[in-house]
Design a protein around this ligand. Structure first.
Ligand code: SF4
Length: 297
């Protein structure tokens, strides 16, 4: 099968830095043990397993980071993930006898700074993001009364009572959203609240990966996205292909999840991966597809 290797794909700089920070801590003699991570350092189980097996780092998995923090014993080390952390969790960790390290991606930190500034200036913020995602939880935690999570149009209708005309409103976004879906929502918000201040925070890595895969999909019969089901940016890549390019797209954790049904009748496959997907997994998928067809087709 002909394979289009979409670029850019795979690890972004925020993910690389977070994984490197975890490894550096594990190699240092000056860091107290055990080392815990509050949530998955990046949303890929292979990375979590590697950090445990090779570096002894313990990942505490769960949606509520304040609850996870309670599982960390005094005298140990805790690492905050690339997705960022709410001020409440950060403060609770700092109050304890813990060594705290922060792998928050600078692009997420920028959104935290932005929402703090906007709230201080008197704005209510409509935040386009995904409920339950750690990045969204961290941002909402900056000002739970003033930041309003919106996932879809119905959520906007519910906001009408909370945010009557005349209230200063800004809109911003989670870094890993689909830029097209977000724009549709922003247009609706602008219609509801003329004069709303728009600060799109979708990061460059996310935008570039989405644009590249949509362009490649035009030349392909099928798109395979390599990534973890919990990786928001990976699931968005599948969605933008389906919605923007109108082509079939599948998310696979690795080569073993590719099925003949996904490839039936296809001559050209485009392959990309989420920004938290290790390179070797994508390489395996590419070489499998390059050989596919010689014996199957
Ligand atoms: S996807 Fe964007 S915000 Fe998230 S870690 Fe990568 S660069 Fe940072």
């Amino acid at each position: 099968m002909q394979v289009i290797k979409v670029t850019p794909r795979g690890y972004c700089y925020g993910v690389v830095d977070a994984i490197e920070m975890a490894k550096r801590l594990a190699k240092s003699d000056n860091v107290r043990r055990p080392i815990y991570i509050l949530g998955m350092v990046v949303h890929n189980q292979h990375v979590v397993d590697m950090l445990h097996a090779e570096y002894g780092i313990i990942t505490l998995d769960g949606a509520d980071r304040l609850e996870l923090l309670k599982q960390v014993p005094d005298g140990s080390t805790v690492l905050f993930t690339a997705h960022g952390i709410s001020p409440e969790v950060r403060a609770a960790a700092m109050e304890r006898d813990l060594d705290c390290y922060d792998a928050t991606c600078p692009d997420v930190t920028r959104t935290h700074d932005l929402v703090r500034e906007l709230c201080a200036a008197g704005y209510h913020i409509i935040y386009i993001g995904r409920a339950g995602h750690p990045e969204a939880a961290g941002i909402l935690g900056e000002a739970p009364d003033r930041i309003h999570l919106v996932q879809r149009e119905e959520d906007l209708l519910r906001l009408k009572d909370k945010l009557p005309p005349g209230v200063a409103i800004a809109v911003t976004t989670q870094t890993t959203m689909s830029q097209w879906d977000t724009q549709e929502l922003i247009d609706k918000i602008k219609a509801m609240y003329p004069g709303v201040l728009v600060k799109n925070e979708i990061c460059l890595a996310t935008q570039e990966r989405q644009e590249a895969v949509v362009a490649a999909a035009a030349q392909a019969d099928v798109v395979i996205v390599v990534g973890d089901r919990r990786s928001h940016n990976s699931t968005r890549l599948v969605e933008v292909v389906r919605r923007r390019a109108g082509k079939p797209a599948y998310l696979v954790d690795g080569v073993e999840e590719i099925t003949p049904e996904m490839l039936a009748g296809c001559r050209v496959a485009a392959v990309t991966s989420g920004s938290s997907t290790p390179t070797y997994l994508t390489r395996q998928v590419i070489s499998y597809l390059e050989q596919y067809g010689e014996e199957n087709g």
